[in-house]
Ligand binder design. Structure first.
Ligand code: DX5
Ligand code: ZN
Length: 222
């Protein structure tokens, strides 16, 4: 199992975003998780495509994972694909035509993900799985960084893993050094972490500790 850690810039020091992004990538992050909020689909407002393009220009080799919490979504898919996103995830209840929006992501050359909010049933994946490069399971309600994980939602992860063993399964919301191993044992292999990384005093130590936890899971599953 390949594990990936994706720090969310939502919790970075935004007065020096470039330096923060460079620091977490140098500390061993695999992707930059880029949360886009519109004060409509979620009650918060964050970064537009210009931020993504600026990061892309400064750090062309860093993979940017764009999580779109916006409604409607299709125009933003196009804008973020053009701005250099490597992968784009969307919420099924933020678009009328889920299949069409996923196709748009793929046609624009990005990897596609579908996001399940805490109360979204797993069945929403049934007729989209063939188009998905990853599934993103929200373990908090979307809109804010630094929330505590909703523990009951962990039970959703093994269900999804059993149905879709070959699709990357990413968890987003309240991931910490203390719960990352449980999430991996449940079947997740990608981990978004905002506050746990950016509020720590040493990004490398934090990411190394997360990998150490993941290493113990990988070992016990050998
Ligand atoms: C919440 C966002 C998350 C958030 C994660 O809507 O999608 O990516 O930034 O942050 P933490 O790890 O602090 O919960
Ligand atoms: Zn996110």
């Amino acid at each position: 199992m390949t594990y990936h850690i994706l720090p969310s810039i939502l919790s970075a020091d935004l007065t020096c975003l470039g330096a923060e992004v460079e620091a977490v990538m140098n500390a061993g992050a695999d992707f930059i998780h880029f949360d886009v909020m519109d004060n409509h689909y979620v009650p918060n407002l964050t970064f537009g495509p210009a931020f993504c393009e600026a990061l892309r220009k400064r750090f062309p080799s860093y993979p940017i994972d764009v999580h779109l919490m916006v409604e409607p979504v299709d125009a933003m898919i196009e804008a973020f694909a053009k701005a250099g996103a490597k992968r784009i995830s969307i919420h099924p209840d933020a678009t009328i035509h889920v299949d069409r929006s996923l196709k748009l992501i793929k046609d624009l050359g990005c990897e596609a993900g579908l996001v399940l909010n805490p109360a979204t049933p797993v069945e929403v994946l049934t007729w989209c799985a063939h188009k998905l490069d990853f599934i993103l399971v929200m373990t908090v309600n979307p809109g804010f960084g630094g929330q505590k994980m909703i523990p009951e939602i962990i039970d959703k992860i093994p269900q999804i893993r059993a149905l879709y063993p070959h699709i990357d399964l990413c968890v987003d919301g309240g991931v910490t050094i203390d719960n990352i191993a449980a999430l991996a044992r449940a079947g997740a292999n990608q981990f978004v972490a905002g506050a746990a990384v950016f509020n720590s005093s040493n990004y490398k130590e934090t990411i190394d500790s997360m990998r150490k936890q993941l290493g113990s899971v990988a070992h016990s599953q050998d």
